[in-house]
Design a protein around this ligand. Structure first.
Ligand code: ZN
Ligand code: ZN
Length: 142
């Protein structure tokens, strides 16, 4: 089998299952482990292991984005990490009118606070209702 064909096949196998050893790939293709190591070397260099679970990741893997790859996360760990970051960047509130739980971006909360405002309602709608009720109370003098 010519080296180019072995390389192509090994590359394709590695794309499907990056965790296979050279020996296993060699067995699939009917060539020695050493041949696979030689032709696949350049390719494997592009793989790195996930920071979290240690799984081998490559840019070509399904769902592995550039960001995930360069920050060393496999697909599953990247999803978990994104969720963690999303939470870290959001703050939870309870609407003072309807009682709904909602979240706002941390940056938005900070800007509001700088303006001396507090986030108290889930929507403009609830804000309007609350203010109307507040004004009625104020007019009634209680
Ligand atoms: Zn992982
Ligand atoms: Zn509300």
């Amino acid at each position: 089998m010519p080296n180019t064909l072995i390389k192509d096949s090994a590359t394709r196998i590695l794309q499907v299952n990056p965790l296979l050893s050279y020996a296993e790939i060699g067995r699939l293709l009917g060539v020695s482990r050493e041949r696979i190591r030689q032709v696949a070397n350049g390719h494997r260099r592009n793989s790195r292991s996930c920071n979290v679970c240690g799984k081998q990741i490559r840019l070509l893997d399904d769902g592995v984005t550039q960001t995930a790859y360069y920050q060393r996360y496999c697909y599953d760990c990247w999803l978990a990490e994104k969720e963690r970051r999303r939470k870290a960047h959001r703050q939870d509130f309870t609407c003072e009118w309807c009682g709904a739980h909602f979240s706002r971006k941390a940056g938005t909360v900070r800007r509001q606070e700088e303006l001396g405002l507090k986030i108290r309602w889930c929507s403009k709608h609830c804000q309007g209702k609350w203010l109307a009720a507040y004004r009625r109370h104020a007019q009634a003098g209680c």
